[in-house]
Structure formats: structure tokens, C-alpha cells
Design a protein around this ligand. Structure first.
Ligand code: AVJ
Length: 348
């Protein structure tokens, strides 16, 4: 499938001006594809980070590399699991309160979604926004991004959809958009939990810079709760989370000429109450050596590769994190079981 066809899939015929406006290349983007602002890191970035992570005494791999096409598909399946309460709770909050959220964001806002993935939650919000200036889905997975941008554009033919392929932890510029009253970053899914607290502060400060003094941030934040519920959410019975975690090694095999034996690694996730985070690891269940990027990496029996942190916050903890990073929490919405929160922050 030609992704452009789907991005332009708002009914435009050849020679006709598409109703979907695809403009605004940022200063440093690479136009690998027309209509896409592409800041995606070159693939050697993956290789060098894998080598760096696996050379350490405590081996680790950055969780952003989970989201290749296969990983993004597995993540979508995670969101449908019984045990993975996060997505359902967040969708419930949006369903109940999207009108209030849209009112908080105000008219003519430029909505930028970080890590848009399949843009599943966005419709609820987009439908209630008053004259949105544009929707900018931003994701590291180019194929997933373009497919989702195409679906949003087809569903809302009058909306400007301006996809940006970027790693939002690296510098990038937003597409120019005239007539926007404010820029609001939408960061759902509690992905902020993947950052170490000091990284979260850095990210929040950078986001405040990105949106400017009139900007806002609508963010999903998972809350502290019974560790048994947290544990189950990352150890689903169907093994989808395990497949998601192991896909990282498979991706190394596919893209970096690796020879990891996936049957000799196990998914291992647990809640660390002292640090208030889920830790996800891949445990080597035998002593072994694997190769990738032309290097070899040895593992002791029981040695782990740390693949993801998912921090959980209390409302108070998150408010003080925000305050330390240039933001004020304006409004908080939660589900009745207080599992999850969606929060609207404005720049101080
Ligand atoms: C998308 C980062 C929020 O931490 O819950 C799901 C990713 N990892 N299951 C999370 C994830 C394992 C997810 N975030």
C-alpha cells in the first residue's frame, strides 16, 4: 500500500486539491516522503544504542525501540487485554470528560499528539474541539504513523492532518500552522511513566519550550495502586506483553544481523514499590553468547537486560513534578476507581 494514498485519502482525485493539507516541513526534517515531516533517526542509531546498552555491566535497551511495526501491533493488542486496565480506564475518562477537556483546551488549538501510534484515543477529543487549527500526529514508527494519519484524515475530511515522524525526546520542529490560538501537546497512555523522574522533568521543560507561554499539555498519568493489579497488567495470561518484550530481541535479529535465541530469554516484569515503578526485563535463562552488529555479548544464567521502566505517580507526586518543570496542573480527571488520570497542565 502506498501510505501517501491513505494520508491523502480524504476523497481527493488526481489533479484535484486534496482537502487534507500536508504542509509545513520543519527546518531540519528529511522529506523521505512527501507530506511527512521526517525526523526519524537513521537506523544506525538503533545499532549503536544496542551495542552501548549491551556492553554495560547492567545491560539495558531503550524502550523506545519496542515500537517497530510488529511492536506497535503487539502494543495495540496489549491495550485490549483484560489485565491492562490503563487503556480502558483512560478511554473511560475521555468518554466521560472529553467535552470538559476540549473546553479547557479552547478554540482554534493546534493539537500535537506525542507517540500517536494508532491515534485510537484522539477521535474522542478531536470531535469535541472547537475549530481545531490542525492535528499533528507524531510518532517514531513511520508506517504506523502514516496509516493512522490516513485514517484520521479520512474520518475528519475538514481537519488539517500534519504527520511528523520524530522521536519526541530529540530535537524536532513542529509544522507551521497559521491561525492557531495555542499549541497543546496531547500525551496519553501514561508514556511519561517511561521516563526516569529526572528525564520526566527534562521532557516537561522541553515541552513547555515547544508549546510556548500560551501552550498546554493534556497528559495521561497512571496512578499508584494495589501492586497485584500493577503486576497483572504487565504479566498478562495470554503472553502478549512477553511477546512485546521479546520482540526487541527479534528486531535486533532482523535489523542488526543478530542471532539471539528467543527461547533462551524470558519476559520478567514486576512492581518495584520502593521506586514506584514497573520494571520490565529480559532474563537470560542459560549462560549464552549472542551476536549482533558484528559484536558478541555474553550473558550469565539469570542475567537480565532492563528494557522498560513504567513509573506510577500519586496525584500529589505528579503535581510537584510538573511544578518543578514549569507547569501548573489546571484540571485532573480520574475514573471512579482512581486507577488512571488525565491532567491538563498550562505553562507557568
Ligand atoms: C505505553 C509506555 C505506557 O508502560 O504501560 C505496556 C508500555 N509496556 N506493557 C506502559 C507497556 C508493557 C506502556 N506505555
Amino acid at each position: 500500500m502506498n501510505p501517501m494514498a491513505s494520508v491523502r485519502g480524504a476523497g481527493a482525485m488526481p489533479g484535484q486539491t486534496p482537502r487534507l493539507r500536508l504542509v509545513g516541513a520543519g527546518a531540519h526534517s528529511h522529506r523521505r516522503q512527501p507530506g511527512l515531516d521526517d525526523f526519524a533517526p537513521a537506523s544506525d542509531d538503533f545499532g549503536s544504542q544496542v551495542v552501548r546498552g549491551l556492553r554495560q555491566t547492567r545491560k539495558q535497551l531503550p524502550c523506545k525501540f519496542f515500537y517497530d511495526q510488529r511492536g506497535s501491533q503487539l502494543f495495540d493488542r496489549i491495550c485490549e487485554l483484560d489485565e491492562y486496565y490503563l487503556t480502558r480506564a483512560e478511554l473511560g475518562i475521555l468518554g466521560a470528560s472529553a467535552t470538559e477537556m476540549a473546553a479547557a483546551l479552547g478554540p482554534d488549538c493546534l493539537l500535537v499528539e506525542y507517540g500517536s501510534g494508532s491515534s485510537l484515543k484522539t477521535g474522542l477529543l478531536l470531535e469535541r474541539l472547537q475549530r481545531p487549527a490542525a492535528y499533528v500526529p507524531l510518532d517514531i514508527s513511520r508506517e504506523h504513523l502514516l496509516a493512522a494519519a490516513g485514517r484520521v484524515a479520512a474520518r475528519y475530511p475538514r481537519l488539517h492532518v500534519l504527520p511528523v515522524c520524530a522521536d519526541y525526546t530529540r530535537p524536532f520542529s513542529l509544522p507551521a500552522c497559521q491561525g492557531a490560538a495555542r499549541t497543546v501537546v496531547y500525551f496519553p497512555g501514561s508514556t511519561v511513566g517511561n521516563f526516569e523522574p529526572h528525564e520526566a522533568r527534562g521532557f516537561l521543560r522541553a515541552t513547555a519550550q515547544q508549546v510556548g507561554p500560551t501552550g498546554g499539555l493534556l497528559i495521561g498519568v497512571d496512578l499508584k495502586k494495589d501492586p497485584a493489579l500493577l503486576h497483572a497488567a504487565y504479566n498478562d495470561a495470554a503472553g502478549v506483553t512477553a511477546a512485546f518484550n521479546l520482540n526487541l530481541l527479534d528486531r535486533i535479529n532482523r535489523e542488526l544481523d543478530g542471532n539471539f535465541n528467543l527461547r533462551q530469554f524470558a519476559h520478567y516484569a514486576f512492581y518495584n514499590p520502593r521506586l514506584g515503578r514497573i520494571e520490565m526485563h529480559l532474563v537470560s535463562i542459560v549462560a549464552q553468547t549472542a551476536r549482533a552488529v558484528g559484536e558478541s555479548f555474553s550473558f550469565h544464567d539469570g542475567e537480565t537486560v532492563f528494557t522498560e521502566s513504567s513509573y506510577k505517580y500519586t496525584l500529589e507526586e505528579f503535581a510537584s513534578l510538573a511544578a518543578a518543570s514549569g507547569w501548573s496542573v489546571e484540571q485532573v480527571w480520574t475514573d471512579d476507581r482512581r486507577m488512571f488520570s488525565v491532567q491538563y497542565l498550562t505553562v507557568n
